[in-house]
Design a protein around this ligand. Structure first.
Ligand SMILES: Cc1ncc(COP(=O)(O)O)c(C=O)c1O
Length: 366
């Protein structure tokens, strides 16, 4: 049976997403007991006790289907963001929401513009759909080139995706730059701003994107509970957009796409939103410490607004990553994402994890 012949060309040419290696896999493979993972931009701090309690309580009714409408979570989120409940679509991570948007909005012959290198899922989600991605290179300082992205858009462009802050570079685009992009694009072109890391951003000119939606109903904002809220394993993300746009997307989602534990956990996170600022502050302190130590070791560091650092080492990043792995530290060489062979991404961990990473780098590099 020639299975490949059953599939669309876009599926055949797509390379699957390659996630950061799980701690357990590295432990098994290298016979190491103490392994730390700084490779998937997760929050190193676990869920709060109240959140764990909410998950436990929700598990008791695990025999029932979840609330398909995510009624309580949608209301709490709308109140928290100051938007209408109809402006919110919840998903199994923001990844699913992006996928729904592409599937629902982009027809054969239309295209999607995104930056490169950026979150690799944009390319995969577009390729498996209709092979219609247009990747626009970042600027020399590793930022989205929004004017070039506006120029790359044509009459067949249905969606422009902006990752802000950008994964894997940690760079950001300012509100003025985003406004200029929106002004340059026609209303029929949707603009999705992926703000998975927005809570970590400290730059004063980082966009207040939700405020731009009144003027630009084609602007969709994607956010997630996976990062600062520590729920990556539970999978909750969402889109905020014009109610008429969200109403169309709602039709395309699987009825029970956000499981009941995830709904309960996200709700509990919103009740303890006071911790977000403290978490962001701790992240920033650690990020700056890591950046300074990496620079002292001769690594070139790209300024980051997120919870990870892109560094460039003199030699091959894959070799450095392998040497770190042998010392029980998992990081991510980025050549597979289309970056140069020197690029390595290090997620911010707990203080002791960051110290261990720097210690290992010192052993290897000096
Ligand atoms: C830019 C960006 N968007 C989205 C995601 C995925 O978010 P979620 O866990 O909500 O699917 C990630 C995860 O690393 C990311 O880096």
């Amino acid at each position: 049976m020639d299975f490949p012949s059953l599939f669309r060309p876009g599926i055949l040419s797509t390379r699957p997403y390659s996630p950061g290696r799980p701690i357990e896999e590295v432990q098994r493979e290298l016979g190491l007991r103490d392994v730390i993972k700084l490779a998937s931009n997760e929050n190193p701090e676990g869920p709060l006790p109240e959140v764990l309690e909410a998950i436990r309580a929700a598990a008791e009714t695990g025999n029932r289907y979840p609330d398909a409408s995510c009624w309580e979570l949608t209301r709490a989120l709308a109140a928290h963001l100051g938007v209408a409940t109809e402006a919110i679509l919840l998903g199994n991570g923001s990844n699913e929401v992006l996928d729904l948007l592409i599937r629902a909005a982009v027809s054969p012959g239309e295209n999607v513009v995104y930056a490169h290198p950026s979150f690799i899922v944009y390319r995969i989600a577009t390729d498996v759909h209709f092979e219609t991605g247009r990747a626009v290179p970042l600027t020399a300082d590793d930022r989205h080139d929004l004017p070039a992205m506006a120029r790359a858009a044509d009459a067949r462009t249905k969606l422009v995706i902006v990752c802000n802050p950008n994964n894997p570079t940690g760079t950001y685009n300012t509100e003025a730059e985003l406004r200029a992009l929106l002004a340059a694009l026609p209303p029929r072109t949707l603009v999705a701003v992926d703000e998975a890391y927005c809570d970590y951003a400290v730059a004063a000119d980082y966009p207040r994107s939700l405020e731009l939606q009144a003027r630009h109903p084609n602007l969709v904002v994607l956010r997630t509970f996976s990062k600062i809220h520590s729920l990556a394993g539970l999978r909750v993300g969402y889109a905020v957009g014009h109610p008429d746009l969200i109403a169309q997307l709602q039709k395309t989602r699987e009825p029970f796409n956000v499981n009941s534990l995830a709904q309960a956990a996200a709700l509990a996170c919103l009740r303890r939103h006071d911790v977000v600022a403290q978490r962001a502050k701790r992240n920033r302190e650690q990020l700056e410490w890591l950046a300074a130590r990496c620079e002292a070791l001769g690594l070139r560091v790209t300024p980051s607004q997120a919870n990870f650092l892109l560094v460039r080492c003199p030699g091959a990043a894959a070799e450095l990553a392998q040497a770190l792995l042998r010392r029980g530290v998992i990081v991510r060489p980025m050549a597979g994402w289309g970056l140069d062979e020197h690029a390595l991404r290090i997620s911010v961990g707990l203080p002791q994890e960051n110290r261990r990473c720097i210690q290992a780098l010192e052993e290897i590099l000096t």
